[in-house]
Write a protein that binds this ligand. Structure first.
Ligand SMILES: [Zn+2]
Length: 669
């Protein structure tokens, strides 16, 4: 539950050398690099560079290569976990796209290709963000005839999955009052298992050490046997997805052999053991070793990690991110982690909810070298792991900001949205000058200080047990509020991260206008907000608007039929953010489900229909994609006989081409 996604729709940034935010930049050569490689539906596909690749030694490049290969080897797992018919459907799409006998110039093919690209981007037939199934806006007869011409038969149920809008309509459904499992199509549970059955199953689990619980359910599917009993089908070399997992293990072993140091090799050894047995205590052992491994220039995330795709928050999605440390940027930001105890001591939360000592938070700005599974093509920009609370308390956590991904977003962003929704020239100029710095500071504070802050009262269960389907939204709100509260603190200037408060003001403007308006671009008219980060942003922004109504702290202005939310008093607003932070921390610390539910349902879910229509109307002519993702650099080993002596990187220009190459090289299920 520890990731940040990019929402800098307002952050339209020109990179110039006189810009103070330049200080925080990775040394990226932006000249002549084509960022965008594809555009369809609500998506644009970008590229990113690995500027520090050439600074690594050949051995480090080989290490990164094997880690990247391990990631790609698990690609099919994510597709299958997302939905039980995804792999069958994907193979049918691939067959049509790669066939020479299909007429690619026809209108029917063009419609079909958009659908196929959407499916590839989402790792399945449900939207990666809204979780809604894609409409099959292409000719069904043409599709089925083309398939039969290729000798491919698609099962009845897979056909229904594509063409029947009401069938398995939503991947993850967290709506208030529904059976979370029956209403969700995600394949972490057999289709007929109910929420009550799963709750009973996990309530019966006992931990050898209750203070150090394993992450029950993290690496398994809950299935039903022939006697109707439910059981966990564990993901391991001996269980479900064994063939993919053995491939992953093979690459990890090769990585282990060229690791930069003993600690890395030891952690990889534990990860391999965990994949072999699926034993979750091994996963904890691995995480403790991984979080303690801070030396070396190359690091990675690998495993069944984030639980956003499980409506009940148990099961982790397979993901990998391979990273190269950005030394200069990391050194500049180390000051955030160095001061993490100061932030905790000076937080507006109640004294009894503060940590006496915040243990070992390490923070690095990294350059991504490759991503796979749930982290690709859509990617986070910041990650804080591990997720197990007791490991974070006892052993610390690692936070990373994905610097080159953020750079790619900013470099590829147009100014259109900022100009349309910015209230005045002053606001627009400030956003242009300081917006990127503000959003980077927000990411750093959210990850390093936010998620690491606060503690749960003795005897209160974990948030997924107490706050259930609201736990992710409330956790993201908590981390955002920590960031918003401190970004305007004098401390930020004292420790040299900001020269003045302008970046903080720009971030406040951005946050409110995003939370109240801009992010609505991402949903369809009439829909509620479903996604956790979106719920969190609207919750925070609309709660603050209401809180400051009497004193006109945030003013809703309508000029020439255009709505703006203008902040009149930044300090007061900061105070409100502190208040809400205190309350949400209380909810988490006490496990107050009812108060959490009320906050999210009152402020985070329902959409102002008129405002939504206005946002869509104003952004439509700009033709900007509300979602972005990335093709990955491709790595080619340089061979000498049978051994790899170095690795070369290229930056592909074709999204669909990369998807087909992945299918060819990494299909193991
Ligand atoms: Zn987060």
């Amino acid at each position: 539950m520890k990731r940040v996604l990019f929402m800098g729709a307002m952050a339209a940034i020109a990179l110039s050398s006189c810009n103070p935010q330049e200080e925080l930049h990775t040394e990226t050569d932006h000249t002549d690099f084509q960022w965008q490689v594809d555009r369809f539906a609500d998506i644009k596909v970008l590229r990113y560079q690995i500027p520090s690749w050439d600074d690594l030694t050949p051995q480090q490049r080989i290490y990164a290569y094997h880690l990247t290969q391990a990631g790609l080897a698990g690609r099919d797992i994510m597709w299958d976990c997302n939905y039980r018919h995804n792999l069958e459907i994907r193979r049918a799409l691939e067959a049509i796209i790669s066939s020479d006998s299909v007429d690619k110039e026809s209108a029917a093919y063009a419609d079909f290709e958009v659908y196929a690209k959407r499916v590839f981007f989402a790792n399945g037939i449900h939207h990666h963000y809204s979780n809604m199934k894609f409409a099959a806006d292409f000719d069904q007869d043409w599709f089925l005839q083309t398939l039969s011409g290729l000798g491919i038969e698609l099962s009845e149920e897979a056909q229904r999955a594509i063409f029947d809008p009401s069938f398995d309509a939503k991947k993850v459904n967290r709506a208030d009052g529904v059976d979370l499992l029956l209403a969700s199509a995600v394949n972490f549970y057999a289709p007929d298992i109910t929420q009550a059955e799963a709750e009973a199953f996990y309530a019966a689990k006992e931990d050898a050490d209750p203070a150090r619980p394993v992450s029950h359910g993290l690496n398994s599917r809950l299935s039903r046997d022939e006697n109707g009993e439910i059981y966990e089908e564990v993901f391991s070399a001996r269980g479900r997805y064994a063939s993919s997992i053995k491939e992953i293990m093979g690459h990890l072993a090769k990585a282990q052999a060229v690791a930069e140091n003993e600690d890395q090799a030891k952690a990889l050894g534990l990860l391999i053991e965990y994949y072999e047995s699926g034993d979750l205590t091994k996963w904890d052992d691995y995480n403790i070793a991984w979080v303690s491994t801070t030396g070396g220039d190359v690091d990675y995330i690998n495993g069944f990690v984030e639980v956003y795709n499980d409506p009940m928050g148990y099961r982790g999605s397979y993901e990998t991110v391979v990273q190269v440390k950005d030394f200069d940027a990391s050194a500049r930001m180390a000051v955030v982690a160095d001061n993490v105890q100061w932030f905790e001591d000076n937080s507006p939360i109640m004294e009894e909810h503060k940590k006496e000592s915040v243990v070992g938070v390490s923070y690095k700005i990294v350059t991504v070298a490759g991503e796979a599974g749930d982290a690709s093509p859509s990617t986070p920009i910041g990650v804080n792991l591990p997720n197990a609370n007791w490991i974070r308390v006892e052993h610390g956590s690692k936070s990373v900001s994905l610097g080159n991904i953020e750079d790619a977003y900013h470099a590829s962003a147009g100014k259109g949205m900022a100009e349309e929704f910015g209230f005045s020239t002053m606001h627009n100029e400030r956003a242009e000058k300081y917006g990127e710095l503000g959003s980077k500071m927000h990411t750093a504070l959210h990850e390093v200080v936010g998620h690491a802050s606060g503690k749960i009262n003795p005897g209160v269960g974990t948030p997924k047990e107490t706050l259930k389907n609201y736990s992710s939204t409330l956790e993201e709100a908590r981390a955002d509020l920590v960031a918003l509260y401190f970004i305007l603190d004098d401390k930020m200037q004292e420790i040299g991260l900001m020269e003045n408060k302008e970046a903080g003001y720009a971030e406040f403007d951005n946050y409110i206008s995003n939370g109240m308006m801009l992010q609505l671009r991402r949903i369809l008219p009439g829909d509620d907000i479903e996604e956790d980060h979106m719920r969190n942003r609207q919750l925070v922004a609309s709660w603050a608007c209401e809180r400051g109504k009497e004193e006109n702290v945030i003013e809703r202005k309508v000029i020439d039929g255009k709505t703006y939310f203008v902040i009149n008093d930044y300090d007061k607003l900061r105070g409100y953010f502190g208040e809400l932070l205190r309350e949400i921390q209380r909810i988490k610390s006490e496990g107050d489900f009812e108060a959490g539910r009320m906050l999210v349902e009152t402020y985070g879910v329902k959409v102002d229909q008129e405002l939504h229509a206005e946002v869509l109307r104003r952004s439509e002519p700009l033709n900007l994609a509300p979602y972005s993702g990335f093709v990955n650099p491709e790595m080619e080993p340089v061979m000498e006989g049978d051994s790899i002596i170095d690795v070369k990187v290229t930056y592909p220009m074709d999204f669909l081409g990369q998807m087909l190459r992945y299918a060819k090289n990494y299909s193991f299920e």
